[in-house]
Design a protein around this ligand. Structure first.
Ligand code: GCB
Length: 636
Protein backbone atom coordinates (compact mmCIF):
# COMPACT_ATOMS: atom_id res chain seq x y z
CA UNK A 1 0.00 0.00 0.00
CA UNK A 2 1.14 3.53 -0.72
CA UNK A 3 1.98 5.74 2.23
CA UNK A 4 -0.57 8.42 3.07
CA UNK A 5 -0.19 11.52 5.18
CA UNK A 6 2.74 11.62 7.61
CA UNK A 7 3.34 15.32 7.13
CA UNK A 8 6.00 16.45 9.56
CA UNK A 9 4.15 17.43 12.75
CA UNK A 10 4.50 21.22 12.71
CA UNK A 11 2.16 23.14 14.96
CA UNK A 12 -0.10 25.87 13.61
CA UNK A 13 -3.19 27.80 14.64
CA UNK A 14 -5.22 24.68 13.83
CA UNK A 15 -2.76 22.04 15.09
CA UNK A 16 -1.31 21.30 18.53
CA UNK A 17 1.82 19.23 18.90
CA UNK A 18 2.76 17.55 22.15
CA UNK A 19 6.01 15.67 22.65
CA UNK A 20 6.02 12.31 24.39
CA UNK A 21 9.82 12.26 24.52
CA UNK A 22 11.43 11.77 27.91
CA UNK A 23 11.78 8.91 30.31
CA UNK A 24 9.72 5.80 29.58
CA UNK A 25 9.48 2.48 31.44
CA UNK A 26 11.28 -0.40 29.79
CA UNK A 27 11.22 -4.16 29.99
CA UNK A 28 13.24 -6.70 28.08
CA UNK A 29 11.31 -9.54 26.45
CA UNK A 30 12.73 -12.58 24.71
CA UNK A 31 13.14 -13.76 21.16
CA UNK A 32 10.55 -16.53 21.07
CA UNK A 33 6.78 -16.35 21.21
CA UNK A 34 6.88 -17.96 24.64
CA UNK A 35 9.22 -15.34 26.08
CA UNK A 36 8.41 -12.13 24.26
CA UNK A 37 5.44 -11.13 26.43
CA UNK A 38 2.88 -11.12 23.62
CA UNK A 39 1.10 -14.30 24.68
CA UNK A 40 1.06 -13.04 28.27
CA UNK A 41 -0.43 -9.75 27.02
CA UNK A 42 2.06 -7.46 28.70
CA UNK A 43 0.31 -4.56 26.98
CA UNK A 44 -2.86 -5.19 29.01
CA UNK A 45 -1.45 -3.83 32.24
CA UNK A 46 1.30 -1.59 33.62
CA UNK A 47 4.69 -3.04 32.80
CA UNK A 48 5.87 -2.68 36.43
CA UNK A 49 3.15 -5.05 37.48
CA UNK A 50 4.74 -7.73 35.33
CA UNK A 51 8.37 -7.30 36.35
CA UNK A 52 10.56 -4.53 37.69
CA UNK A 53 11.14 -2.10 34.81
CA UNK A 54 14.10 0.08 33.88
CA UNK A 55 13.98 3.79 33.11
CA UNK A 56 14.73 4.33 29.41
CA UNK A 57 15.05 7.63 27.54
CA UNK A 58 13.21 8.31 24.28
CA UNK A 59 14.61 9.00 21.76
CA UNK A 60 17.71 6.79 22.11
CA UNK A 61 19.00 3.33 21.34
CA UNK A 62 18.73 1.18 24.46
CA UNK A 63 21.90 -0.84 23.79
CA UNK A 64 24.62 1.28 25.40
CA UNK A 65 22.77 2.81 28.33
CA UNK A 66 23.13 0.08 30.93
CA UNK A 67 26.13 -2.03 31.94
CA UNK A 68 24.31 -5.19 30.95
CA UNK A 69 25.91 -7.05 28.06
CA UNK A 70 22.72 -9.04 27.50
CA UNK A 71 20.87 -5.79 26.80
CA UNK A 72 23.60 -4.45 24.52
CA UNK A 73 23.47 -7.64 22.45
CA UNK A 74 19.77 -8.32 22.97
CA UNK A 75 17.88 -10.12 20.24
CA UNK A 76 14.13 -9.93 19.98
CA UNK A 77 11.57 -7.89 21.79
CA UNK A 78 11.72 -5.01 24.25
CA UNK A 79 8.74 -3.15 25.71
CA UNK A 80 8.42 0.57 26.31
CA UNK A 81 5.64 2.27 28.21
CA UNK A 82 4.66 5.75 29.18
CA UNK A 83 1.57 7.42 30.57
CA UNK A 84 0.15 10.78 29.61
CA UNK A 85 -2.90 12.92 30.10
CA UNK A 86 -4.86 14.76 27.44
CA UNK A 87 -7.27 17.47 28.39
CA UNK A 88 -10.98 17.57 27.55
CA UNK A 89 -10.24 20.39 25.11
CA UNK A 90 -8.70 17.88 22.77
CA UNK A 91 -11.99 16.01 22.41
CA UNK A 92 -13.71 18.99 20.80
CA UNK A 93 -14.01 18.68 17.07
CA UNK A 94 -10.51 17.38 16.62
CA UNK A 95 -8.60 14.33 15.57
CA UNK A 96 -5.67 13.23 17.68
CA UNK A 97 -2.73 11.47 16.06
CA UNK A 98 0.17 9.51 17.45
CA UNK A 99 3.36 9.69 15.40
CA UNK A 100 6.71 7.93 15.71
CA UNK A 101 9.78 9.28 13.87
CA UNK A 102 11.26 5.77 13.86
CA UNK A 103 11.34 2.57 15.87
CA UNK A 104 13.94 0.02 14.85
CA UNK A 105 13.21 -2.54 13.39
CA UNK A 106 9.53 -3.22 13.87
CA UNK A 107 6.91 -2.02 16.30
CA UNK A 108 3.47 -2.83 17.67
CA UNK A 109 1.72 -0.06 19.57
CA UNK A 110 -1.14 -0.29 22.09
CA UNK A 111 -3.09 2.54 23.63
CA UNK A 112 -4.86 1.66 26.86
CA UNK A 113 -4.39 -1.99 26.00
CA UNK A 114 -5.85 -1.75 22.47
CA UNK A 115 -3.57 -2.32 19.49
CA UNK A 116 -3.55 0.81 17.34
CA UNK A 117 -0.72 0.40 14.82
CA UNK A 118 2.08 -1.85 13.58
CA UNK A 119 5.07 -0.86 11.52
CA UNK A 120 8.01 -2.63 9.93
CA UNK A 121 11.34 -1.29 8.72
CA UNK A 122 13.40 1.00 10.91
CA UNK A 123 14.41 4.61 10.17
CA UNK A 124 10.97 5.56 8.81
CA UNK A 125 8.05 7.37 10.42
CA UNK A 126 4.56 5.99 11.03
CA UNK A 127 1.41 7.36 12.60
CA UNK A 128 -2.16 6.51 13.50
CA UNK A 129 -5.25 8.39 14.50
CA UNK A 130 -6.08 7.57 18.13
CA UNK A 131 -9.09 9.82 18.78
CA UNK A 132 -11.41 6.88 19.44
CA UNK A 133 -9.03 5.14 21.81
CA UNK A 134 -8.05 8.10 23.98
CA UNK A 135 -9.35 8.87 27.43
CA UNK A 136 -9.86 12.63 27.44
CA UNK A 137 -9.37 14.35 30.76
CA UNK A 138 -7.81 11.18 32.11
CA UNK A 139 -4.61 9.20 32.08
CA UNK A 140 -3.64 7.07 29.09
CA UNK A 141 -1.14 4.25 28.85
CA UNK A 142 0.96 3.89 25.70
CA UNK A 143 2.79 0.59 25.24
CA UNK A 144 5.28 -0.09 22.44
CA UNK A 145 6.80 -3.41 21.53
CA UNK A 146 10.01 -3.01 19.57
CA UNK A 147 11.63 -5.97 17.82
CA UNK A 148 15.16 -5.78 16.40
CA UNK A 149 15.21 -9.21 14.74
CA UNK A 150 16.64 -9.19 11.22
CA UNK A 151 15.97 -12.07 8.85
CA UNK A 152 16.55 -12.74 5.17
CA UNK A 153 13.48 -10.72 4.23
CA UNK A 154 14.06 -7.64 6.41
CA UNK A 155 15.78 -4.52 5.04
CA UNK A 156 18.65 -4.79 5.91
CA UNK A 157 19.02 -8.51 6.34
CA UNK A 158 20.42 -10.60 9.15
CA UNK A 159 20.47 -14.16 10.35
CA UNK A 160 19.54 -15.64 13.70
CA UNK A 161 21.99 -18.32 14.85
CA UNK A 162 22.61 -20.52 17.89
CA UNK A 163 25.73 -20.68 20.05
CA UNK A 164 26.44 -23.23 22.73
CA UNK A 165 27.15 -21.63 26.10
CA UNK A 166 27.53 -22.92 29.68
CA UNK A 167 23.88 -22.09 30.17
CA UNK A 168 22.79 -23.99 27.06
CA UNK A 169 22.03 -22.70 23.59
CA UNK A 170 21.92 -18.97 23.10
CA UNK A 171 20.23 -17.32 20.16
CA UNK A 172 21.90 -14.30 18.66
CA UNK A 173 21.84 -12.08 15.61
CA UNK A 174 24.49 -12.00 12.92
CA UNK A 175 24.62 -9.61 10.01
CA UNK A 176 27.12 -8.68 7.34
CA UNK A 177 26.67 -4.91 7.34
CA UNK A 178 29.36 -2.88 9.06
CA UNK A 179 27.51 -0.87 11.69
CA UNK A 180 25.99 -1.80 15.01
CA UNK A 181 22.35 -2.90 14.86
CA UNK A 182 21.20 -0.36 17.42
CA UNK A 183 17.55 -0.63 18.41
CA UNK A 184 14.82 1.16 20.30
CA UNK A 185 12.61 4.20 19.86
CA UNK A 186 15.16 6.18 17.87
CA UNK A 187 13.28 9.35 17.05
CA UNK A 188 10.65 11.52 18.65
CA UNK A 189 7.18 10.39 19.59
CA UNK A 190 4.49 13.06 19.38
CA UNK A 191 0.79 13.52 19.78
CA UNK A 192 -0.71 16.08 17.47
CA UNK A 193 -4.15 17.28 16.61
CA UNK A 194 -5.80 18.17 13.34
CA UNK A 195 -9.30 19.42 12.66
CA UNK A 196 -11.85 16.78 11.57
CA UNK A 197 -11.36 17.82 7.96
CA UNK A 198 -7.65 18.34 7.47
CA UNK A 199 -4.75 18.70 5.09
CA UNK A 200 -3.53 15.16 4.82
CA UNK A 201 -0.74 15.21 2.31
CA UNK A 202 1.32 17.57 0.17
CA UNK A 203 3.49 16.78 -2.80
CA UNK A 204 5.46 19.52 -4.45
CA UNK A 205 7.93 19.54 -7.31
CA UNK A 206 9.87 22.59 -8.40
CA UNK A 207 11.34 23.79 -11.65
CA UNK A 208 13.00 26.88 -13.02
CA UNK A 209 12.19 28.15 -16.51
CA UNK A 210 13.22 31.17 -18.51
CA UNK A 211 10.67 33.95 -18.41
CA UNK A 212 9.64 34.35 -22.04
CA UNK A 213 7.33 37.30 -21.31
CA UNK A 214 9.80 39.22 -19.23
CA UNK A 215 7.87 42.48 -18.93
CA UNK A 216 10.29 44.25 -16.60
CA UNK A 217 12.10 45.62 -19.65
CA UNK A 218 12.45 49.33 -19.26
CA UNK A 219 13.18 51.24 -22.46
CA UNK A 220 13.61 54.52 -20.62
CA UNK A 221 16.69 53.18 -18.81
CA UNK A 222 18.50 53.10 -22.16
CA UNK A 223 18.93 49.33 -21.89
CA UNK A 224 18.77 47.53 -25.23
CA UNK A 225 16.21 44.76 -25.19
CA UNK A 226 18.52 42.37 -27.00
CA UNK A 227 21.19 42.71 -24.28
CA UNK A 228 18.94 41.77 -21.45
CA UNK A 229 19.29 38.45 -19.77
CA UNK A 230 15.71 37.29 -19.39
CA UNK A 231 14.62 36.57 -15.85
CA UNK A 232 13.65 33.22 -14.43
CA UNK A 233 10.39 31.90 -13.23
CA UNK A 234 10.33 29.49 -10.33
CA UNK A 235 7.61 26.91 -10.69
CA UNK A 236 6.12 25.06 -7.75
CA UNK A 237 3.69 22.37 -8.79
CA UNK A 238 1.64 21.19 -5.87
CA UNK A 239 -0.80 18.45 -5.13
CA UNK A 240 -2.60 18.71 -1.82
CA UNK A 241 -4.86 16.02 -0.45
CA UNK A 242 -7.45 16.72 2.20
CA UNK A 243 -9.15 14.01 4.22
CA UNK A 244 -11.84 13.53 6.80
CA UNK A 245 -14.55 14.98 4.61
CA UNK A 246 -16.81 12.03 5.23
CA UNK A 247 -16.38 8.71 6.88
CA UNK A 248 -14.62 7.33 3.80
CA UNK A 249 -12.03 10.06 4.09
CA UNK A 250 -11.58 10.33 0.36
CA UNK A 251 -10.95 13.57 -1.41
CA UNK A 252 -13.30 12.70 -4.25
CA UNK A 253 -16.37 12.55 -2.03
CA UNK A 254 -19.53 14.48 -3.02
CA UNK A 255 -18.94 16.94 -0.18
CA UNK A 256 -15.58 17.84 -1.54
CA UNK A 257 -16.81 20.98 -3.22
CA UNK A 258 -17.56 22.48 0.17
CA UNK A 259 -13.89 23.24 0.68
CA UNK A 260 -11.28 25.38 -0.95
CA UNK A 261 -7.57 25.91 -0.49
CA UNK A 262 -5.64 29.12 -0.39
CA UNK A 263 -1.88 28.76 -0.86
CA UNK A 264 0.62 31.49 -0.17
CA UNK A 265 4.34 31.49 -0.74
CA UNK A 266 6.31 33.76 1.53
CA UNK A 267 9.82 35.13 1.31
CA UNK A 268 10.33 36.52 4.81
CA UNK A 269 7.33 38.83 5.28
CA UNK A 270 6.47 39.26 1.65
CA UNK A 271 3.94 37.12 -0.20
CA UNK A 272 5.51 36.30 -3.56
CA UNK A 273 2.86 33.99 -5.02
CA UNK A 274 -0.57 32.74 -4.13
CA UNK A 275 -3.25 30.54 -5.56
CA UNK A 276 -6.82 29.52 -4.80
CA UNK A 277 -7.97 25.98 -5.50
CA UNK A 278 -11.54 24.96 -5.77
CA UNK A 279 -13.16 22.02 -7.45
CA UNK A 280 -12.35 18.40 -7.22
CA UNK A 281 -8.59 18.33 -7.08
CA UNK A 282 -6.19 20.52 -5.26
CA UNK A 283 -3.51 20.51 -7.91
CA UNK A 284 -1.96 23.65 -9.18
CA UNK A 285 1.09 25.75 -9.77
CA UNK A 286 2.66 28.69 -8.00
CA UNK A 287 4.88 30.92 -10.12
CA UNK A 288 7.60 33.10 -8.66
CA UNK A 289 9.25 35.74 -10.78
CA UNK A 290 13.02 35.86 -10.43
CA UNK A 291 13.05 33.48 -7.49
CA UNK A 292 15.88 33.13 -5.03
CA UNK A 293 16.98 29.64 -5.96
CA UNK A 294 18.04 26.89 -3.61
CA UNK A 295 21.80 26.55 -4.04
CA UNK A 296 24.21 24.12 -2.41
CA UNK A 297 26.59 25.34 0.27
CA UNK A 298 28.95 28.04 -1.08
CA UNK A 299 27.84 27.68 -4.72
CA UNK A 300 26.18 31.04 -4.30
CA UNK A 301 26.47 33.71 -1.60
CA UNK A 302 22.88 32.80 -0.77
CA UNK A 303 22.70 29.04 -0.28
CA UNK A 304 20.00 26.88 1.23
CA UNK A 305 17.36 29.55 0.61
CA UNK A 306 13.88 28.45 1.66
CA UNK A 307 10.49 29.99 1.10
CA UNK A 308 7.58 29.24 3.38
CA UNK A 309 4.56 27.66 1.78
CA UNK A 310 1.38 28.30 3.73
CA UNK A 311 -1.66 26.18 3.00
CA UNK A 312 -5.02 27.34 4.30
CA UNK A 313 -8.04 25.07 4.09
CA UNK A 314 -11.36 26.90 4.15
CA UNK A 315 -14.98 25.92 4.26
CA UNK A 316 -16.76 27.09 1.10
CA UNK A 317 -20.02 27.40 2.99
CA UNK A 318 -18.99 30.14 5.40
CA UNK A 319 -15.37 30.77 4.36
CA UNK A 320 -14.18 29.90 7.84
CA UNK A 321 -10.58 28.78 8.21
CA UNK A 322 -10.36 25.08 8.98
CA UNK A 323 -6.74 23.96 8.81
CA UNK A 324 -3.34 25.58 8.31
CA UNK A 325 -0.08 23.85 7.44
CA UNK A 326 3.24 25.58 6.78
CA UNK A 327 6.33 24.06 5.27
CA UNK A 328 9.65 25.19 3.82
CA UNK A 329 10.17 25.01 0.08
CA UNK A 330 13.39 25.38 -1.87
CA UNK A 331 13.06 26.19 -5.56
CA UNK A 332 15.56 24.34 -7.69
CA UNK A 333 15.82 22.39 -10.92
CA UNK A 334 17.61 19.04 -11.26
CA UNK A 335 18.78 17.68 -14.60
CA UNK A 336 21.06 14.87 -15.61
CA UNK A 337 22.22 13.22 -18.78
CA UNK A 338 24.97 10.89 -19.99
CA UNK A 339 27.76 13.00 -18.61
CA UNK A 340 26.56 15.47 -16.08
CA UNK A 341 24.43 16.30 -13.13
CA UNK A 342 23.04 19.85 -13.12
CA UNK A 343 21.39 21.98 -10.50
CA UNK A 344 19.72 25.18 -11.68
CA UNK A 345 21.45 24.65 -15.01
CA UNK A 346 24.94 24.48 -13.50
CA UNK A 347 27.23 21.49 -13.38
CA UNK A 348 27.56 20.09 -9.91
CA UNK A 349 30.55 18.44 -8.33
CA UNK A 350 29.63 16.66 -5.11
CA UNK A 351 32.21 16.56 -2.32
CA UNK A 352 31.38 15.13 1.04
CA UNK A 353 31.01 11.97 3.03
CA UNK A 354 29.34 8.71 3.69
CA UNK A 355 28.02 9.05 7.21
CA UNK A 356 26.18 7.26 10.00
CA UNK A 357 23.67 8.24 12.60
CA UNK A 358 25.84 7.10 15.46
CA UNK A 359 27.20 8.43 18.69
CA UNK A 360 28.42 7.40 22.08
CA UNK A 361 25.71 6.27 24.54
CA UNK A 362 22.68 7.35 22.52
CA UNK A 363 23.52 5.14 19.53
CA UNK A 364 21.13 6.07 16.74
CA UNK A 365 18.88 8.20 18.94
CA UNK A 366 18.01 11.64 17.57
CA UNK A 367 20.07 14.32 19.32
CA UNK A 368 19.81 17.98 18.33
CA UNK A 369 23.19 18.80 19.89
CA UNK A 370 24.90 16.16 17.77
CA UNK A 371 23.03 17.26 14.66
CA UNK A 372 24.10 20.86 15.21
CA UNK A 373 27.73 19.90 15.76
CA UNK A 374 27.72 17.69 12.65
CA UNK A 375 26.36 20.40 10.40
CA UNK A 376 28.85 22.89 11.80
CA UNK A 377 31.65 20.43 11.02
CA UNK A 378 30.33 19.77 7.52
CA UNK A 379 30.43 23.50 6.87
CA UNK A 380 33.80 23.94 8.56
CA UNK A 381 35.31 21.33 6.26
CA UNK A 382 33.59 22.69 3.13
CA UNK A 383 31.47 19.61 2.28
CA UNK A 384 28.48 20.24 0.03
CA UNK A 385 26.94 16.75 0.15
CA UNK A 386 26.59 13.47 1.98
CA UNK A 387 25.00 10.10 1.42
CA UNK A 388 22.65 8.82 4.10
CA UNK A 389 24.59 5.56 4.22
CA UNK A 390 22.97 3.11 4.85
CA UNK A 391 19.39 4.07 5.78
CA UNK A 392 17.11 7.13 5.93
CA UNK A 393 18.34 9.69 8.44
CA UNK A 394 16.03 11.72 10.66
CA UNK A 395 13.50 14.13 9.19
CA UNK A 396 15.11 16.81 11.38
CA UNK A 397 18.46 16.19 9.65
CA UNK A 398 16.78 16.60 6.27
CA UNK A 399 15.46 19.97 7.43
CA UNK A 400 19.00 20.95 8.53
CA UNK A 401 20.31 19.91 5.11
CA UNK A 402 17.66 22.02 3.36
CA UNK A 403 18.61 25.06 5.41
CA UNK A 404 22.35 24.61 5.06
CA UNK A 405 22.43 23.79 1.37
CA UNK A 406 23.83 20.30 1.88
CA UNK A 407 22.91 17.95 -0.98
CA UNK A 408 21.72 14.52 0.11
CA UNK A 409 22.05 11.22 -1.70
CA UNK A 410 19.11 9.66 0.06
CA UNK A 411 19.70 5.95 0.64
CA UNK A 412 17.20 3.31 1.70
CA UNK A 413 18.16 0.66 4.23
CA UNK A 414 19.18 -2.09 1.82
CA UNK A 415 22.77 -3.13 2.61
CA UNK A 416 24.85 -6.06 1.33
CA UNK A 417 21.80 -7.87 -0.06
CA UNK A 418 22.76 -11.31 -1.30
CA UNK A 419 19.32 -12.85 -1.55
CA UNK A 420 16.81 -11.72 -4.14
CA UNK A 421 13.55 -13.46 -3.22
CA UNK A 422 10.05 -12.08 -3.66
CA UNK A 423 9.61 -11.50 0.10
CA UNK A 424 12.66 -9.26 0.21
CA UNK A 425 11.70 -7.51 -3.02
CA UNK A 426 8.35 -6.57 -1.50
CA UNK A 427 9.95 -5.09 1.63
CA UNK A 428 12.70 -3.34 -0.33
CA UNK A 429 10.10 -1.64 -2.53
CA UNK A 430 8.18 -0.65 0.56
CA UNK A 431 11.36 0.80 2.13
CA UNK A 432 11.88 2.94 -0.99
CA UNK A 433 8.24 3.94 -1.26
CA UNK A 434 8.17 5.11 2.37
CA UNK A 435 11.47 6.94 1.98
CA UNK A 436 10.43 8.75 -1.18
CA UNK A 437 7.09 9.69 0.29
CA UNK A 438 8.84 11.09 3.36
CA UNK A 439 11.58 13.05 1.59
CA UNK A 440 10.18 14.01 -1.81
CA UNK A 441 9.51 17.63 -0.79
CA UNK A 442 13.05 18.31 0.45
CA UNK A 443 15.21 20.39 -1.91
CA UNK A 444 18.30 18.80 -0.32
CA UNK A 445 17.26 15.30 -1.49
CA UNK A 446 18.85 15.30 -4.94
CA UNK A 447 19.27 11.60 -5.69
CA UNK A 448 17.83 8.28 -4.45
CA UNK A 449 20.22 5.49 -3.61
CA UNK A 450 18.40 2.19 -3.90
CA UNK A 451 21.04 0.00 -2.20
CA UNK A 452 24.56 -0.24 -0.84
CA UNK A 453 26.85 -2.99 -2.07
CA UNK A 454 24.28 -5.58 -3.11
CA UNK A 455 25.80 -8.82 -4.44
CA UNK A 456 25.07 -7.91 -8.01
CA UNK A 457 27.38 -10.51 -9.49
CA UNK A 458 24.50 -12.94 -8.90
CA UNK A 459 22.15 -13.61 -11.81
CA UNK A 460 19.01 -13.23 -9.67
CA UNK A 461 20.01 -9.65 -8.91
CA UNK A 462 19.25 -8.57 -12.49
CA UNK A 463 15.45 -9.09 -12.58
CA UNK A 464 15.30 -7.99 -8.95
CA UNK A 465 16.88 -4.59 -9.59
CA UNK A 466 15.13 -4.14 -12.91
CA UNK A 467 11.89 -4.32 -10.93
CA UNK A 468 13.15 -2.05 -8.12
CA UNK A 469 14.15 0.62 -10.63
CA UNK A 470 10.93 0.30 -12.61
CA UNK A 471 8.98 0.74 -9.40
CA UNK A 472 10.95 3.75 -8.13
CA UNK A 473 10.50 5.44 -11.51
CA UNK A 474 6.72 5.22 -11.01
CA UNK A 475 7.15 7.15 -7.75
CA UNK A 476 9.53 9.93 -8.74
CA UNK A 477 10.97 10.98 -12.07
CA UNK A 478 12.44 14.23 -10.82
CA UNK A 479 15.59 12.75 -9.26
CA UNK A 480 18.22 10.39 -10.64
CA UNK A 481 18.71 6.91 -9.19
CA UNK A 482 21.99 5.54 -8.02
CA UNK A 483 23.34 2.66 -5.90
CA UNK A 484 26.74 2.21 -4.28
CA UNK A 485 28.31 -0.71 -6.12
CA UNK A 486 31.41 -2.66 -5.12
CA UNK A 487 31.14 -5.58 -7.55
CA UNK A 488 33.61 -5.44 -10.45
CA UNK A 489 32.41 -3.91 -13.69
CA UNK A 490 32.61 -7.14 -15.65
CA UNK A 491 30.42 -9.00 -13.16
CA UNK A 492 27.92 -6.40 -11.94
CA UNK A 493 24.33 -6.60 -13.22
CA UNK A 494 22.85 -3.49 -11.59
CA UNK A 495 24.67 -0.47 -13.07
CA UNK A 496 22.82 -0.82 -16.39
CA UNK A 497 19.60 0.35 -14.69
CA UNK A 498 21.00 3.40 -12.91
CA UNK A 499 21.08 7.06 -13.93
CA UNK A 500 24.29 7.71 -12.01
CA UNK A 501 26.83 5.05 -11.10
CA UNK A 502 28.44 5.22 -7.67
CA UNK A 503 31.27 2.89 -6.70
CA UNK A 504 32.86 2.00 -3.35
CA UNK A 505 36.49 0.93 -3.45
CA UNK A 506 39.14 0.56 -0.76
CA UNK A 507 42.37 0.77 -2.69
CA UNK A 508 45.45 0.41 -0.45
CA UNK A 509 43.18 -0.75 2.36
CA UNK A 510 41.17 -3.90 1.66
CA UNK A 511 43.00 -4.18 -1.66
CA UNK A 512 46.78 -3.95 -1.53
CA UNK A 513 46.95 -2.63 2.03
CA UNK A 514 50.03 -0.47 2.50
CA UNK A 515 50.61 0.16 -1.21
CA UNK A 516 49.72 3.81 -1.56
CA UNK A 517 51.26 3.96 -5.02
CA UNK A 518 48.57 1.63 -6.41
CA UNK A 519 45.69 3.98 -5.61
CA UNK A 520 45.67 6.67 -8.24
CA UNK A 521 45.93 4.42 -11.29
CA UNK A 522 43.31 2.02 -9.90
CA UNK A 523 40.77 4.77 -9.18
CA UNK A 524 41.26 6.38 -12.58
CA UNK A 525 40.99 3.08 -14.42
CA UNK A 526 37.88 1.97 -12.58
CA UNK A 527 36.02 5.28 -13.05
CA UNK A 528 36.94 5.41 -16.74
CA UNK A 529 35.79 1.83 -17.29
CA UNK A 530 32.42 2.42 -15.63
CA UNK A 531 31.88 5.47 -17.79
CA UNK A 532 33.05 3.79 -20.98
CA UNK A 533 30.75 0.85 -20.51
CA UNK A 534 27.57 2.67 -19.49
CA UNK A 535 27.96 6.30 -20.59
CA UNK A 536 26.68 7.68 -17.30
CA UNK A 537 27.96 10.18 -14.76
CA UNK A 538 30.21 8.44 -12.23
CA UNK A 539 31.00 9.21 -8.61
CA UNK A 540 33.18 7.54 -6.01
CA UNK A 541 30.87 6.94 -3.08
CA UNK A 542 33.41 5.40 -0.65
CA UNK A 543 37.15 5.30 -0.12
CA UNK A 544 39.13 5.52 3.10
CA UNK A 545 41.37 3.96 5.72
CA UNK A 546 40.89 3.04 9.36
CA UNK A 547 42.82 5.54 11.44
CA UNK A 548 43.54 5.42 15.14
CA UNK A 549 43.60 8.97 16.44
CA UNK A 550 47.03 9.82 17.82
CA UNK A 551 48.84 6.98 16.05
CA UNK A 552 51.66 8.40 13.92
CA UNK A 553 54.29 6.80 11.75
CA UNK A 554 56.69 7.87 9.03
CA UNK A 555 56.95 6.37 6.53
CA UNK A 556 53.23 5.94 6.69
CA UNK A 557 51.82 2.66 7.90
CA UNK A 558 48.21 1.55 7.94
CA UNK A 559 46.07 2.68 10.88
CA UNK A 560 48.21 5.82 11.42
CA UNK A 561 46.93 9.36 10.90
CA UNK A 562 49.78 9.84 8.43
CA UNK A 563 48.56 6.94 6.31
CA UNK A 564 45.03 8.35 6.12
CA UNK A 565 46.48 11.66 4.91
CA UNK A 566 48.68 9.98 2.31
CA UNK A 567 45.81 7.79 1.12
CA UNK A 568 43.56 10.82 0.68
CA UNK A 569 46.34 12.61 -1.26
CA UNK A 570 46.65 9.71 -3.71
CA UNK A 571 42.88 9.74 -4.26
CA UNK A 572 42.91 13.50 -4.84
CA UNK A 573 45.47 12.99 -7.62
CA UNK A 574 43.08 10.63 -9.37
CA UNK A 575 40.06 12.87 -8.77
CA UNK A 576 41.85 15.92 -10.19
CA UNK A 577 42.51 13.96 -13.36
CA UNK A 578 38.94 12.62 -13.50
CA UNK A 579 37.29 16.01 -12.91
CA UNK A 580 38.73 17.07 -16.25
CA UNK A 581 36.83 14.19 -17.91
CA UNK A 582 33.56 16.00 -17.24
CA UNK A 583 31.47 12.95 -16.40
CA UNK A 584 33.11 12.44 -13.01
CA UNK A 585 30.75 14.14 -10.59
CA UNK A 586 31.80 13.49 -7.04
CA UNK A 587 33.98 12.19 -4.25
CA UNK A 588 32.85 10.92 -0.86
CA UNK A 589 35.21 9.94 1.92
CA UNK A 590 34.25 7.00 4.07
CA UNK A 591 33.47 8.14 6.77
CA UNK A 592 32.56 11.45 8.33
CA UNK A 593 33.15 10.12 11.88
CA UNK A 594 34.19 6.91 13.63
CA UNK A 595 31.24 4.68 14.45
CA UNK A 596 30.31 1.56 16.35
CA UNK A 597 30.14 -1.83 14.65
CA UNK A 598 29.51 -5.41 15.62
CA UNK A 599 32.53 -6.93 17.46
CA UNK A 600 35.10 -8.19 14.97
CA UNK A 601 38.85 -8.55 14.98
CA UNK A 602 39.15 -6.05 12.11
CA UNK A 603 37.39 -3.39 14.18
CA UNK A 604 39.27 -1.82 17.08
CA UNK A 605 36.54 -0.12 19.08
CA UNK A 606 34.43 0.19 15.93
CA UNK A 607 35.08 1.42 12.41
CA UNK A 608 37.79 4.09 12.59
CA UNK A 609 37.65 5.45 9.06
CA UNK A 610 36.28 8.74 10.35
CA UNK A 611 37.82 12.06 9.45
CA UNK A 612 36.39 13.05 12.82
CA UNK A 613 36.49 10.93 15.95
CA UNK A 614 33.27 9.57 17.36
CA UNK A 615 33.36 12.64 19.66
CA UNK A 616 33.39 14.88 16.60
CA UNK A 617 36.94 16.19 16.93
CA UNK A 618 39.18 16.32 13.84
CA UNK A 619 41.89 13.82 12.99
CA UNK A 620 44.88 15.30 11.10
CA UNK A 621 43.33 14.39 7.73
CA UNK A 622 40.43 16.76 8.41
CA UNK A 623 42.69 19.75 7.76
CA UNK A 624 43.87 18.36 4.43
CA UNK A 625 40.31 17.56 3.40
CA UNK A 626 39.23 21.05 4.39
CA UNK A 627 41.79 22.57 2.09
CA UNK A 628 40.62 20.40 -0.77
CA UNK A 629 36.90 20.88 -0.22
CA UNK A 630 37.22 24.66 -0.02
CA UNK A 631 39.31 24.56 -3.19
CA UNK A 632 36.52 22.61 -4.89
CA UNK A 633 33.95 25.12 -3.65
CA UNK A 634 35.91 27.84 -5.46
CA UNK A 635 36.33 25.76 -8.61
CA UNK A 636 32.64 24.99 -9.11
C1 GCB B 1 31.99 -0.60 2.74
C2 GCB B 1 30.62 -0.44 3.30
C3 GCB B 1 30.62 0.31 4.61
C4 GCB B 1 31.77 -0.14 5.48
C5 GCB B 1 33.07 0.15 4.76
C6 GCB B 1 34.27 -0.34 5.57
O1 GCB B 1 32.19 -0.88 1.60
O2 GCB B 1 29.73 0.16 2.38
O3 GCB B 1 29.39 0.08 5.25
O4 GCB B 1 31.77 0.47 6.73
O5 GCB B 1 33.08 -0.53 3.54
O6 GCB B 1 34.88 0.45 6.27
O7 GCB B 1 34.56 -1.52 5.51
Amino acid sequence: PLTQGLLYPFESESRDVRSLDGMWRFLKGGYNDSTNGLEEKWYATDLDKIKPTLAMPVPASYNDLTTDESLRDHLGVVWYERKFFVSHDWSLDKRVWLRFGSVHYSAIVWLNGVEVVRHDIGHLPFEVEITDHLRFGAQNRLTVLCNNTLTRSTVPQGEVVQLLTDAGNKTFQTYTFDFFNYAGIHRSVVLYTTPKVYIQDIHITTDVVVDSNDDDYDEASGEKEADRIPGNIGIIDFKVTIAGVDSNEVTESPDFQSYYLHLQLRAADEIVAHEMCKGRTFNGTLRVKNPILWWPYLMNPVYGYLYTLEIYLHSATDESLIDVYRMKVGIRKIQWDESSFLLNGQKIYLHGFGRHEDSDLRGKGLDYALLTRDFNLLKWIGANAYRTSHYPYSEESMQFADENGIMIIDECSSVNTDYFGADLLYNHKSALEQLIHRDRNHPSAIMWSIANEPRTQKNQSEPYFREIVRYVKTLDLTRPLTAAINVEIGKDKLAQFLDIISFNRYNAWYHNAGHLDTISIAVKTEAINWNKKYKRPILMSEYGADTLEGLHSLPETIWSEDYQIALFGQHFKAFDYLIKQNWFIGEFVWNFADFKTEQAYTRVGGNKKGVFTRNRQPKSSAHLLRERYYGLCKQF
